[in-house]
Write a protein that binds this ligand. Structure first.
Ligand code: G6P
Length: 611
């Protein structure tokens, strides 16, 4: 939810920290702050608003230290304000802390600290942390007072946290801790970089330690000591990250979202990678799912939140068709609390772009305790969910920065389609014809998407026409309903226009009461078998005054429907990979018409690490 950066080395810390924060703004952007140490004193600046405002602050020039921590916030406790912004300092200004996560028992700790003479300025849960460290520091008699004080304070914390901590008593050290919120450390010669995610520091180094839950790292410019929960030294080795640092720059695009929409041909190709092998079964040697196991399971659950959940809905038909195993798709926040009927005969597939979504991780953990096997689908190497699951499969969409997910969505569908094919091949079901056909079609998807991306005028014009509207409806039947849901979510997220999605056949059971003159209804039609039915549903709304946009790869009478966006023909079971693209663009252009910040929509964060 929040973004953390830290630096220790020979260079001035503040420019590096600000740059890192701007790469993490997708994690939260209601306030930001920075702290460095100079002359054995902690200096800090905090601002309400975006990182840009912090960067433009005339006080920033005064921060000259070569060690520092910084934070961009997405409010959970206390409104966005400079007082609630991080870093938080203790009452004596001895320690500064940036925190991502939630301290669940902060009220009782605050009470305890108030009784011990500490005062509080903010409404946040995080402010108790530096005070608690100061409290233990004052009681510490060992030589390693900073390390022990942090360790003792951590023992009192309940909840989730990634923390970076400065101490004025140890002006050449940063301590970081991780539990249930992500944190990485980059190392290069005599410089160390800390961040919530790899992208923020990738331009400095590819050697990255991905911290595990319970890790505490004691960092100086030329050394990192890792400790476990019992404060025993442990060995950690850095991973070589091969992502290109430029992948997290906007390049020539105006916004990350547009760049990411245009990256889809490449991200789908990368996700297919070498899994499709000519004349052989798909290569899934990275997981071990046997014929016996698949024959014994009674159900597959696909669990996720938001866009990732829509990817699950898009692939339910292909899994059922190819494997004959019933599939249920569930929202993680519901699944975890509804005592689902799962056991060792249930396979759980959890999808999470970030791999950090709290509800999805909790759902996966619950499923494991019931004996189910779990597969995580994630876009982020080493993310929390990948450490919990029995098996992990990575999408290769590259870093997705815009809050509204686009290329990760199509990469998730691609990988899940391949997984469904793999299951059918493992089961040795007599489905060779459809499987070969799907493999061929999948390989053609990138070039079909490129065709759409080269012809966007109709979409831009339609966006101009509808950008002032207050309600928009998306309808589709069968697999097209998944695209309707995802399109509606995209539009809401970034244009703030209320929109809803319905199965076309359901319109007459209620929603049609909302249709009146000039209301916009967007229909998606990609399944030949359902074309007549879908058309009559759309005629029903037209005769009540609606205007329509049809996204289709079927022959449609343009006399009936003046706005048709044609997309290339594709196998109906994988059509969501193509039909979503013009509708991602539609949301984008509507938001641009409204002059909104497309990449950072209000109230949203990309990585939702709290419930
Ligand atoms: C947030 C984002 C959505 C995203 C969802 C799931 O709500 O705003 O765009 O789809 O989280 O994220 P995940 O990282 O688990 O795929």
């Amino acid at each position: 939810m929040c973004g953390i950066v830290g630096y220790i080395g020979k260079s001035k810390a503040s420019p590096i920290l600000i740059k890192g924060l701007s790469k993490l703004e997708y994690r939260g952007y209601d306030s930001a702050g920075i702290a460095t140490i100079e002359d054995d004193k902690i200096c800090h600046i905090k601002n309400k608003g975006r990182v840009k405002e912090l960067e433009n602050s005339n006080k920033l020039e005064n921060l000259k230290g070569t060690i520092g921590i910084a934070h961009t916030r997405w409010a959970t406790h206390g409104k966005p304000s400079s007082i609630n912004a991080h870093p938080h300092l203790d009452s004596h200004e001895n320690f500064a802390v940036v925190h991502n996560g939630i301290i669940e028992n902060y009220r009782e700790l605050r009470e305890f600290l108030i009784n011990a003479g500490y005062t509080f300025n903010s409404e946040t849960d995080s402010e108790i942390i530096p005070n608690l460290i100061d409290y233990y520091y004052s009681k510490e008699t060992s030589n390693d007072k900073f390390l022990n004080a942090v360790h003792n304070a951590e023992k009192d914390l309940k909840g989730s946290y990634a923390l970076a901590i400065l101490s004025k008593f140890d002006p050449n050290k940063i301590i970081v801790i991780k539990k249930d919120s992500p944190l990485v450390i980059g190392t290069k010669d005599n410089e160390k970089y800390i961040a919530s995610d790899i992208n923020a520091i990738l331009e400095y180094t590819n050697d990255i330690f991905i911290l595990k839950d319970g890790d505490l790292a004691y960092i100086s410019e030329n050394k990192i000591d890792f400790y476990n929960n019992n404060l025993n030294l442990v060995n950690r080795t850095p991973e070589k990250i091969t992502w290109d640092a430029k992948a997290s720059d906007k390049g020539d695009f105006e916004d990350f979202m547009l760049k990411e929409i245009y990256e889809q041909p490449v991200s789908i190709r990368e996700t297919i990678g070498t899994r499709i092998v000519p004349n052989k079964p798909c290569d899934f040697s990275d997981i071990n799912i046997t014929k016996k196991y698949l024959s014994d399971i009674s159900r597959i659950y696909i669990i996720a939140c938001g866009t990732a959940m829509h990817a699950g809905i898009s692939v339910k038909p292909i899994f059922e068709r190819l494997t004959n195993i019933p599939v249920e798709v569930d929202i993680a926040s519901e699944f975890r609390y509804r005592d689902p009927l799962i056991d060792e005969h249930t396979l759980i597939i959890c999808i999470s772009q970030s791999g950090e979504t709290a509800d999805t991780i909790a759902a996966l953990k619950n499923a494991k305790t019931c004996g189910s096997k779990t597969i995580a689908i994630s876009n982020v190497i080493g993310s929390s969910i990948t450490r919990e699951a029995d098996f992990t499969l990575y999408t290769h969409a590259g870093p997705e920065i815009a809050v509204a997910s686009t290329k990760a969505y199509t990469a998730q569908i691609t990988l899940l389609v391949l997984l469904a094919i793999h299951f059918a091949e493992v089961l040795e079901l007599p489905k060779n014809e459809i499987i070969n056909n799907l493999k061929e079609e999948l390989l053609e998807i990138p070039s079909k998407i490129s065709i759409i991306l080269e012809n966007t005028d109709i979409i831009k014009k339609f966006a101009k026409k509808i950008h002032k509207e207050t309600d928009i409806f998306f309808v589709g039947r069968g697999i097209d309903y998944a695209t309707a849901m995802e399109s509606s979510l995209k539009l809401k997220e970034i244009s703030y226009i209320h929109s809803d999605s319905y199965q076309s056949g359901e319109l007459k059971h209620g929603p049609i009461a909302l249709i009146e003159d000039d209301v916009t209804v967007i229909g998606i039609i990609t399944d030949r078998r359902l074309i007549d039915k879908s058309i009559s549903n759309l005629q029903e709304v037209i005769s009540r005054g609606a205007k329509t946009l049809i996204v289709t790869n079927q022959e449609i009478d343009t006399k009936l429907f003046p706005n048709v966006f044609s997309i290339p023909k594709v196998h109906p079971l994988i059509s969501p990979l193509v039909s979503i693209v013009p509708l991602q663009l539609l949301s984008y252009y509507v938001a641009k018409e409204k002059n909104l910040d497309v990449d950072k929509p209000r109230n949203l964060a990309k990585s939702v690490t709290v419930e």
